[in-house]
Design a protein around this ligand. Structure first.
Ligand code: ZN
Ligand code: ZN
Length: 176
């Protein structure tokens, strides 16, 4: 599996969005700022409350796809997400590599975000299978992940959760 291309790495943006902490009312703005390399330079990151709500809806749909346990559920939820996308792809080599962008470069930031996330997630699901998406197995963590490992063996959202669980399992064995 080659995850070096834009299409595949766009799924990482989707996963980050699904896992974003939304307690702060300005969360979407902060998210855009910390992922600014995904958007056309000069795009305004100002969002109305309604747009922030739409970003949350997109985040929930990504999560719904990732935690779905059957193909019909995956398809329903993925198609709901894709219905929000406005793809207008174009080819670019702005970073030195020839690749596709999914949203028109002058689209408002929310349209760029939703379209990139929906197309990136959809591409991984149809090319590599929805089983590549999952929810973290660590106790107390419900973040989602995309499994880019060669043998599809991932179970945790992050190295932090993986090592925390290894330590917990070790302690449990010692107690037993
Ligand atoms: Zn690019
Ligand atoms: Zn986790």
């Amino acid at each position: 599996m080659n995850y070096d291309t834009y299409g595949s790495s766009a799924v990482e943006l989707a996963i980050d969005l699904a896992n974003a902490d939304r307690d702060d009312p300005q969360w979407a703005n902060a998210f855009l700022g910390s992922h600014d390399d995904w958007f056309t330079p000069g795009t305004s990151f100002a969002l109305t409350d309604a747009e922030t709500g739409q970003a949350a809806e997109t985040a929930e749909l990504v999560r719904a796809v990732a935690v779905a346990e059957s193909q019909p559920d995956v398809l329903n939820r993925l198609n709901e997400l894709l219905a929000l996308a406005r793809p207008r792809p174009y080819a670019t080599d702005h970073d030195g590599e020839l690749h596709l962008h999914y949203a028109r470069p002058d689209a408002p930031v929310l349209e760029q975000l939703t379209t990139t996330v929906a197309m990136g997630l959809a591409q991984v699901v149809v090319q590599h299978g929805w089983q590549r998406l999952g929810i973290c197995s660590a106790e107390g963590c419900d973040d989602v992940y995309v499994d880019t490992s060669r043998n599809a063996s991932r179970r945790y959202c992050s190295n932090t959760c993986a090592s925390r669980s290894t330590v917990a399992a070790y302690r449990a064995r010692k107690r037993a």
